[in-house]
Design a protein around this ligand. Structure first.
Ligand code: BG6
Length: 465
């Protein structure tokens, strides 16, 4: 027994996504996603102008990579099926090369006792659908359900953990509010419609999955960012934090688990005259098709104070009209990513899920630390001595452990990420992996100290201090 001994069968692994790891090959049949298109249009917006085709070559190196997963103690691994690889136009013909590839990955994982967790949408809208509005267009919802059903039918005999979306609030924020995803609009009315359609698409995919009766589970992966008021005794700060929670967490958490949108959120959007277009039967569909399993991504808290700065009317209403972000003095930072490190946040989320969301089965689906310039920590054996990452994971796991002691229904922990991968606009700036990828040596892989450490944690199902 170790000091922090996790429940038997706890899932140890990591998460990644198709667009961030696979890469492209000539004649692989993949269609463009919004990332391929955006990079073509504006490569200067990507760190060192490294684009999505230069990802970690999982497409060709998956067998080697799965051996490395084994060597780092993985019992499960999450990736996503790229919609634009499987159905290159977004609708219509299925790319048989993609079917062969995903089948091979799934079979290889299972042959190595690593359970595949498969996500369906990880920010990667097929370009053909984006041209017609992407998530703004209800036809995309219908197309997504066909994509989801296709995946369930092709791979559902072996894949027993499915997820409809990864961080669905992020395409809303990035694409329609804060200009860090294509199509780079800043328009809250559109943002609301996009978020609504993602919620609807999730419920419809859950319905389709359950109807197929394949004997697995389906959920959603949300980045739950607890909103802490500057001063918990200041009513205005608390109110502002509540708004941030409604916009960025509860907009997906409530419909996913409770089947309804929070009434206060509906009220505030209604006051702005921005309620989405819905069809009569939608709300009932959302009500009746909630998740089996919740994935929780946690990186950083959100610190909030009452609105003090002038409202910026340039782009019409924005969520930020209701709160200001607050830089808490003395906060612990990851300077590379500019994110606060607050380990207790993971415990607060799990407590909230336990107390207010029926203690649904959940797991930590992402947590991690992106660091720039890790080459400086390479020792004589060529291994990155990333003790900071080990400390980061340990400190979070201690809080997961505490939540379990208090009754939280948390089933596992996945690190972001397995091997260094392509991080959207940040490309390869910050490295997150248990395994280093050397882009100058054809993507050569080397397990970092944290990867070796994680193997012992998985083997022992826990760790000492
Ligand atoms: C999560 C995403 O938000 O965080 C990943 O699910 C992403 O796709 C990861 O790569 C790290 O964030 P970033 O912005 O540093 O890549």
């Amino acid at each position: 027994m170790t000091k922090y001994q996790f429940p038997k069968g706890f899932w140890w692994g990591s998460a990644a996504s198709g667009p961030q790891t696979e890469g492209r090959l000539p004649n692989d049949g993949k269609g463009d996603s919004i990332w391929d298109e955006w990079f073509k249009e504006s490569s200067e917006r990507f760190f060192n102008q490294v684009g999505p085709e230069k990802t970690s070559q999982f497409l060709t190196k998956y067998k080697e990579d799965i051996q490395l997963m084994k060597a780092t103690g993985h019992t499960s691994y999450r990736t996503s099926i790229q919609w634009s690889r499987l159905i290159p136009e977004g609708t219509g013909a299925v790319n048989q090369k993609a079917v062969t590839f995903y089948n091979a990955v799934i079979d290889e994982l299972l042959a190595n006792d690593i359970e595949p967790f498969i996500n369906l949408f990880h920010f990667d809208m097929p370009m053909k659908l984006q041209e017609k509005g992407g998530w703004l267009n209800r036809e995309t919802v219908e197309a997504y359900v066909v994509f989801a059903e296709t995946c369930f039918k092709l791979f559902g005999d072996r894949v027993k953990k499915w997820f409809t979306h990864n961080e669905p609030i992020v395409p809303v924020e990035g694409g329609y509010l804060y200009d860090f995803h294509y199509p780079n609009h800043i328009n809250m009315k559109e943002a609301v419609q996009v978020g609504y359609h993602e919620n609807l698409a999730s419920a419809m995919a859950i319905k389709a999955y359950h109807e197929l009766d394949l004997g697995g589970e389906i959920g959603i992966i949300l980045n739950l960012t607890p909103s802490y008021p500057r001063d918990a005794k200041n009513a205005a700060d608390v109110k502002a934090a509540n708004y941030a929670d409604l916009f960025f967490n509860r907009s997906f958490l409530d419909p996913a688990i409770k089947g309804e949108f929070p009434i206060e959120l509906v009220e505030v959007i209604g006051e702005l005259g921005m309620l989405p277009e819905i069809k009569d039967e939608d709300l009932e569909l959302i009500k009746e098709n909630t998740i089996d399993l919740l994935g929780i991504n946690y990186y950083q808290p959100r610190r909030i104070k009452a609105k003090e700065s002038a409202i910026d009317h340039t782009n019409g209403p924005m969520p930020d009209d209701y709160f200001d972000n607050y830089e808490m003095p003395g906060r612990k930072m990851n300077p590379y990513r500019g994110w606060e490190i607050y380990e207790k946040g993971i415990y607060d989320i799990l407590t909230n899920v336990r107390e207010n969301y029926g203690n649904i089965r959940c797991y930590i689906s992402e947590n991690g630390m992106g660091v720039e310039g890790e080459e400086q920590y390479i020792d004589e054996q060529g291994v990155i001595q990333d003790d900071y990452r080990i400390e980061f994971v340990k400190d979070h796991l201690k809080y997961v452990f505490q939540a379990i002691q208090e009754g939280s229904n948390v089933q596992g922990y996945h690190m972001w990420t397995c091997m260094d991968n392509w991080s959207w606009m940040n490309a390869y700036k910050n490295r997150y992996g248990f395994i280093a990828v050397d882009l100058d040596q054809d993507g050569k892989r080397t397990i970092k100290k944290s990867g070796h450490w994680f193997k012992t944690v998985s083997d022992l199902n826990g760790f000492e201090d």
